[in-house]
Design a protein around this ligand. Sequence first.
Ligand SMILES: *Cc1c(COP(=O)(O)O)cnc(C)c1O
Length: 472
Amino acid sequence: MHDGCLCRKGLAVDHSKAMSNSPDHPKSSLSARDLAVVWHPCTQMHDHETIPMLAIERAEGAWLQASDGRRYLDAVSSWWTNVFGHRHPRIVAGLKDQLDRLDHIMLAGMTHEPAVALAEQLIRLAPPGLSRVFYADNGSSAIEVALKMSFHYWRNLGRRQRTRFIALTGSYHGETIGALSVTDVPLYRNTYAPLLFEPLLAPSPDAYLRASGETSSQHVARTLGKMRDLLAKHAQEVAAVIVEPLVQCAGGMRMHDAAYLAGLRRLCDEFDVHLIADEIAVGFGRTGTLFACEQAAITPDFLCLSKGLTGGTLPLSAVLTTSAIHAAFYAEYSSGKAFLHSHSYTGNALACRAALETIAIFNDEPVLVANRTLSTHLAARLEALRDHPHVSDVRQTGMIAAVEMVRNRATREEFPANERRALRVYLHGLTRGVILRPLGNVIYFMPPYCVTIDEIDLMVDVAIEGIERAVA
Ligand SMILES: *Cc1c(COP(=O)(O)O)cnc(C)c1O
C-alpha cells in the first residue's frame, strides 16, 4: 500500500552496496523467522533477499528501535497513521483503563460509552451538517461504506439508475475491490482491473499538472469545467463524486487549491449528486487544519476518516454523513430500506477509546498552532532543493511535504520506474536512521507532530543526501 519504490519488480540497485550497511541476519533472528512465514503488504517478497527486514522492538515518540539496537526516525508516521508519536502516554493510559472495563462487543443491538462519545465528538469537530457516524475498521472499508450508502440512498429514493461514481485521475481510495475501483493509481489498479467497476474519471486539479503560464485559479477553473461537462452528461447515472481533499497522497502527494473543493461542492449541489470526502490520510491536522475540508469551508455528504483517528494505535474508521441521508434509510422494517453493511469489529471499544484520547489531545493542547512552526521550518529547509537539477517540484501542505525527483528538471522527464532510484533514497535513509519510503520517485515527509526542529533537519539532510546518491 501507498508506495511504489519497494513493490515494483525489476530490482536495479547494486545489492552489494545496498546491503553493505545493513545488519546480518542469523537464522534465529526475528527477521529470518519473519521471512519464513509472513507475507508483507505492498511488497515483492523477493526484494527481501537483499533489502533488510527491520525487526522493530519498541517505539517511542517519533522513533522506532530495532532489535539490533539501531534507531529510526519515523518520518512517514508509520504509513500516515501516527499523529502524536508512538505510545503517547495519554493514549496508552486510556487504553489500559479501557481494557479493564470493556474490550469488544458487537455494535448491533448494543452500544458502549466510547462509541457514543466518539460519535458525539466527531460530529462536534467535523464540518457543520454532519450528524451521523457509521463505524468500520479500516480506511478501505470506510470507502466501501460511503460508496454503498450513497448508491443505496438513491435506490431508497427510487433513483435506481444512479449506479456510477466519479473519481479524479491520480486518486487513491484503498485496495479492497470497491475502493480500488475508484482508485486511479496504475500500480495498484491495473493488475486487478478485470475485477473492478469503472468509475467516470475527471482530471485532477493537481497543481503539478498546471499548463505552463496557467495560474492556479485558471487551472482550478479548467478542471472544474471538465467536471461540469462530466456531470452535465452523466449526472442522472451518478451517485457521488469522490475526492481526497487538498492532497492526493498515495498518488504521489499531489496537491491542489482549496478553491477546487469549493467549486466541486457547488457542482455537486447543482447536479444533485453526493460528495464523498476521503480524509483518511489528510484528516487530523495533516494539512494544517483538523480536516482539509475546512480550508474550503465545505461540508461533504460523506466524510471518511481512519489512519490518524486513533492516533495511529488501533484500526478504526468512521463515515460521517447528514441527517438527510440517514432519513432516507429510516423506515418500517418491511420497507427493506435498512443499510446493510457490517464488520465484526465495527466500533471496537478499545479503538474508539484511543480515538477519544486522540481528540482530547487536540482539544487540550495547541497542536495545530505548534505544527505551524514545524511546517514553516520544514518549508525553509526544503528550499535548498528547489533549484536542484534533479528536482522538478517541492510542494507542501501543512505537515505534508514532497519532492519530485526527475531525470531532467526542465522537461520533467522521469527516471524509468525499473531503475528504482527512490529505493536508493530509502536504503540510504536506513543507513542514517531515518525511515523515508518514497512513492515512485516522490520523496515525501509526513512526520508525527512530536517531531522536533532537529529531527526535521535530520530528515531533510538525509533525504538530500539520498537524492544525491539516487541521481548519481
Ligand atoms: C490509506 C488510505 C485509504 C485506505 O485505508 P486503509 O486503512 O489502508 O485501507 C483510503 N484512502 C486514502 C486517501 C488513504 O490514504
